[in-house]
Design a protein around this ligand. Structure first.
Ligand SMILES: C[S@@+](CC[C@H](N)C(=O)[O-])C[C@H]1O[C@@H](n2cnc3c(N)ncnc32)[C@H](O)[C@@H]1O
Length: 202
C-alpha cells in the first residue's frame, strides 16, 4: 500500500534525523512542530512531560526553555541519565502513584507553565481495549494538569480518535481559552494518534 510505504519512509527519515541531532526519539519533532505552530513552550518555562521515556520530547523542550528553564520528565520506566542539566527525571506511574506533590517539590511549590503528556499504553491490537487505556491516560494527564498548570499556561495531551474524544475536548474547553487538535507531520498517517492542545489556562 503506498500510504503505508510513505508512512514508513517518513518514520525512517525522522528516526535518522533524531540520531544525527542527538535526540533519543523522533517524538522530539512532534514537540518542536507544536512549539512552532502554537508557541506551546517559551524560553525560561517550567515544563512537565508525562510519559517521557526515552526522552526525545523532553530533550527538545530542554533546548526551547534554555538554561533558565526547567523540564521535569516523568515515566514509569527508568531513564538513562540526561546530559542536559535542566532536565530532572522522575520515575513514577501516573495511574498508580501520587504525581502532583513530587513535581511541586521540585519546583518549590511553583505552578508550571506547560504540561505535555505523551503517555500511551502498550497496545495489544484490540481496538476497544487500546482506546480505553489511552483515554484513561489522557484523562489522568488532564487531572494532573488541573493541579499544576498555572493560569495562562498550556497543555499538549496525546489522545486517540474515538467516541469519547469530544467529551475530553469539552472538558479541556472549560479549562483553556483555546483548544485545538494537532496531528504532527511525523505521526503515522495510518494511525489514529493525535494531540489535544490547550492554550491559555483560564
Ligand atoms: C510514546 S512513549 C513516549 C515517548 C517520549 N515522549 C519521547 O519523547 O521519547 C509512551 C510512554 O508512556 C509511558 N507510560 C505508559 N503508561 C504510563 C504510566 N501509567 N505512567 C507513566 N508512564 C507511562 C510508557 O512507559 C512510554 O515510555
Amino acid at each position: 500500500m503506498p500510504g503505508r510505504w510513505l508512512a514508513e519512509a517518513r518514520r525512517d527519515y525522522y528516526r535518522r534525523r533524531a540520531r544525527e541531532e542527538g535526540f533519543r526519539s523522533r517524538a522530539a519533532y512532534k514537540l518542536l512542530e507544536a512549539v512552532e505552530r502554537f508557541r506551546l513552550i517559551r524560553r525560561g518555562d517550567i515544563v512537565v512531560e508525562l510519559g517521557a521515556w526515552p526522552g526525545g520530547m523532553s530533550q527538545a523542550a530542554s533546548r526551547v526553555v534554555g538554561p533558565q528553564g526547567l523540564v521535569i520528565a516523568v515515566d514509569r520506566r527508568e531513564f538513562r541519565s540526561f546530559e542536559e542539566s535542566n532536565i530532572v527525571a522522575l520515575q513514577l506511574d501516573i495511574l498508580e502513584d501520587e504525581v502532583i506533590d513530587p513535581i511541586l517539590d521540585i519546583t518549590g511549590g511553583k505552578m508550571v507553565d506547560v504540561l505535555v503528556s505523551d503517555a500511551s499504553p502498550r497496545f495489544i491490537g484490540v481496538r476497544d481495549v487500546d482506546v480505553a487505556r489511552q483515554i484513561e491516560l489522557t484523562l489522568r494527564s488532564m487531572e494532573i494538569a488541573e493541579g499544576i498548570v498555572r493560569r495562562g499556561g498550556n497543555v499538549m495531551l496525546k489522545a486517540f480518535e474515538c467516541e469519547d474524544l469530544r467529551e475530553v475536548e469539552a472538558r479541556l474547553r472549560e479549562m483553556f481559552g483555546k483548544v485545538r487538535r494537532f496531528i504532527p507531520r511525523s505521526s503515522r498517517k495510518t494511525s489514529s494518534e493525535l494531540y489535544l492542545i490547550g492554550l491559555g489556562r483560564l
